[in-house]
Write a protein that binds this ligand. Structure first.
Ligand code: ATR
Length: 277
């Protein structure tokens, strides 16, 4: 059997994906024989596109917009984590069968661990802005780390309520209209995470009064373009610890690489600088 391992990211559009840069860096760094490319598959050709990857002997692939939810029905087996999140971002192909998992939560936790060195999630109180797929991944990962409490802040109440019902852990839901009035909700919060698209290049900035956050609080934005979002700048102006979002993208790629190449790769400063550029 050939030692050459083929992997890819599928999406539509996919050409701006940073995943090829990340995986190609690791393939070269660790001396594997393999390839990782971006493959554009339109939603209407998803089944055929995936069949072709299987027939062409791919070991697996990452999944990005708009296919993450569709893969739930296509995979032969879904990990517990992906089931909770309702989306697959990594597929491994074994004997023609598709195994789907979701590594976003791993990426979130390990980004914070690597960049704080010692952040202890256990027993802490977290507030998450947003109630989309990213929040699902983050909230379930935080539960796995024995977080004490999660408060959700979202524009659409129903979406936050559905999420709270699915993960059965959320202690409070704040709708965005109340958000500025009730920034008091940040009192006693140890970890504040922006998991909305606010603050991303081309989007409105996220404006929230951080005055009530304790001075020991950590603020993380999963938006990584720009790297230093307004939220992070506001937090730094208050001398709070901050972690940017680029590491979540890098760390979520590690278990995928391990599934295909058999080695859990490191996120080096060189890789971070390269992907942040
Ligand atoms: P992802 O899978 O990356 O989490 P998503 O499912 O589209 O993406 O979720 C985006 C999140 O950003 C949602 O919480 C969304 O709020 P709604 O549930 O009300 O849609 C939030 N969001 C996006 N644009 C926003 C805006 N202009 N103001 C407030 N929240 C916004």
């Amino acid at each position: 059997m050939s030692k050459f391992t083929k992997a890819a990211v599928i999406g539509h559009p996919v050409k701006h994906s940073k995943s090829p840069m990340i995986h190609q860096y690791w393939i070269e760094k660790y001396g594997f024989e393999g390839s990782y490319e971006a493959i554009d598959i339109a939603p209407e050709t998803l089944d055929d596109g995936i069949k072709k990857l299987v027939d062409d002997g791919y070991k697996g692939f990452n999944v990005t917009i708009p296919h993450k939810e569709s893969l739930m029905a296509i995979c032969d087996e879904i990990s517990h984590n992906a089931n909770v999140i309702g989306a697959v971002n990594t597929v491994t192909i074994e004997d023609g069968k598709l195994h789907g998992q979701n590594t976003d939560g791993f990426g979130f936790i390990h980004n914070i661990l690597q960049n704080t060195g010692n952040f202890e999630f256990k027993g802490k109180r977290a507030a998450i802005l947003g109630a989309g797929g990213a929040t699902r991944a983050i909230a379930s990962a935080l539960i796995g780390e024995e977080i004490e409490q999660i408060v959700l802040l979202n524009r659409t109440k129903e979406r936050a309520e559905k999420l709270a019902e699915d993960i059965a852990f959320v202690s409070d839901i704040i709708v965005v209209e109340d958000w500025e009035k009730r920034s008091a909700v940040l009192e006693g919060i140890d970890l504040l995470v922006n998991a909305t698209s606010l603050g991303m290049d081309g989007q409105h900035p996220l404006e929230i009064d951080l005055g009530a956050l304790p001075e020991t609080a950590l603020v993380n934005d999963i938006v990584y373009s720009p790297l230093q979002t307004q939220l992070l700048k506001d937090a730094q102006a208050r001398d709070l610890h901050t972690v940017t979002g680029i590491g979540m993208l890098l760390h979520q790629a590690r278990p995928a690489f391990k599934s295909w190449f058999g080695l859990l790769p490191d996120v080096t400063d060189e890789l971070t600088t390269m992907v942040s550029a």
